[in-house]
Design a protein around this ligand. Structure first.
Ligand code: NCD
Ligand code: ZN
Length: 380
């Protein structure tokens, strides 16, 4: 008998784009309805490059959070060629930053100010290792000679292996791993190396971008790959290995920025993310492994305790909205728009809207202040 409900420790999202301002106010409830914490990517315009900017962004997120939702943003620093070891130490001391993000310059959305030379940045990587902060890696080369489908595999040997060798002890997350080569690289690497896996890379292969025409809402970076790679990701995610954990890479761009002559990379999966993961795990006959992947492995890697409460998913048809309002700039189209999913997260009605949908916060008198992050309880 297949179960009709699934209750797991509240999950966390270890890779998320929340954006800023009005767009953030609209997308934040879709994550906070489900996830207790999320690692918030720093690729704003301008990027979040200092401890002070990360603290200010953290405050803006909590100010935008609906008062009935309990959610802690885990902040990241965007590494540029100008980042200093002292800035890493300041960020660590401030307490809201949990990691630094390595974007190879030009690899993806808002990465132009990213690193141009990973050898020159080694003192910064060493400072991260000394503070125990993980380095989160967008693992794709930017070399235009390299085919876009091969950019992750080439990055592993050309850049990631030398980096790991040069800074032993540095915790590294290969973000949104998309290839069999990436999975094998993580499994063969030191225990300080892990990877996040998105829901869309578990459910879709590159055919999704071309089914019946060009589908821009399935375009992200790293781009969806062939079926053999999807199967390797499913195997890794459902294997029970603590080296793989949930990171949605939910990356909202309004419809006009996706459906145009040169559409932005990014898939807005937050409204359906946990349901997509449950579907992928069920298809693999591994629903019993979802909790480890979604709620335990990531926290353990970051040296944080798991969340104390639970969420319940129920087996019932959930139709994916065709679009989600996001203010005057336009609406957002989630993956699978208009189709149905076999699982739905049980959420209380919040903000006067039906369960599963929460309104952006109206106005809060007192901005919420979360507890400082205490890593001492769970050292790696
Ligand atoms: C992300 C974005 O839009 O910020 N896009 C994406 O396709 N994943 C950037 C990123 O994580 O690469
Ligand atoms: Zn991302």
């Amino acid at each position: 008998m297949t179960p009709t409900t699934l209750t797991i420790t509240r999950p966390d999202d270890w890779h998320l784009h929340l954006r800023d301002g009005e767009l953030m106010a609209h997308v934040l409830p879709h994550t906070a309805r489900c996830f207790g914490r999320a690692v918030v990517m720093p690729n704003l315009k301008p990027p979040v490059t200092t401890a002070a900017a990360a603290r200010a962004y953290y405050d803006r997120i909590l100010d935008a959070l609906h008062p009935d939702l309990d959610f802690t943003p885990l902040m990241t620093l965007y590494l540029t060629d100008a980042t200093t070891p002292a800035e890493i130490e300041r960020a660590r001391a401030d307490g809201v930053v949990v990691a630094a993000k390595l974007y190879p310059a030009g690899a993806t959305t808002n990465s132009d100010e990213g690193l141009t030379d990973l050898v020159r940045a080694r003192p910064v990587f060493a400072a991260l290792a000394a503070c125990g902060l993980p380095l989160l890696v967008h693992g794709e080369v930017t070399d235009p000679e390299v085919d876009v489908f091969d950019r992750e595999a080439v990055f592993l040997e050309r850049h990631l292996r030398p980096l790991l060798d040069a800074v032993p002890g540095l915790k590294v997350v290969l973000e949104h791993v998309t290839t069999k080569q990436g999975v094998d690289f993580v499994l063969q690497g030191p225990p300080t190396l892990a990877a996040t896996i998105t829901a869309h890379h578990l459910l879709y292969n590159r055919g999704a971008m071309f089914r019946g025409g060009l589908n821009p809402h399935y375009y992200c970076l790293p781009v969806l790959k062939r079926e053999e790679h999807r199967l390797a990701l499913v195997e890794a995610a459902t294997s029970g290995s603590p080296r793989f954990f949930l990171g949605t890479d939910s990356a909202p761009h309004v419809r006009g920025a996706k459906e145009c002559g040169c559409g932005c990379a990014g898939i807005f999966s937050a409204p359906v993310a946990i349901e997509m993961y449950a579907t992928a795990f069920e298809q693999a006959g591994a629903l019993d492994r979802l909790e480890g992947f979604a709620s335990r492995h990531g926290a353990a890697f970051y040296g944080l305790p798991p969340n104390r409460d639970t969420v319940t998913l129920s087996r019932r048809e959930r139709s994916v909205p065709a679009a989600i309002a996001a203010g005057p700039a336009g609406d957002l189209v989630p993956p699978g728009a208009g189709a149905t999913l076999g699982w739905e997260l049980d959420t209380p009605a919040i903000g006067g809207l039906p369960g599963g949908v929460v309104a952006p916060r109206e106005k809060r008198e007192e901005p919420r202040r979360r507890m400082p992050l205490d890593r001492s309880e769970f050292p790696l």
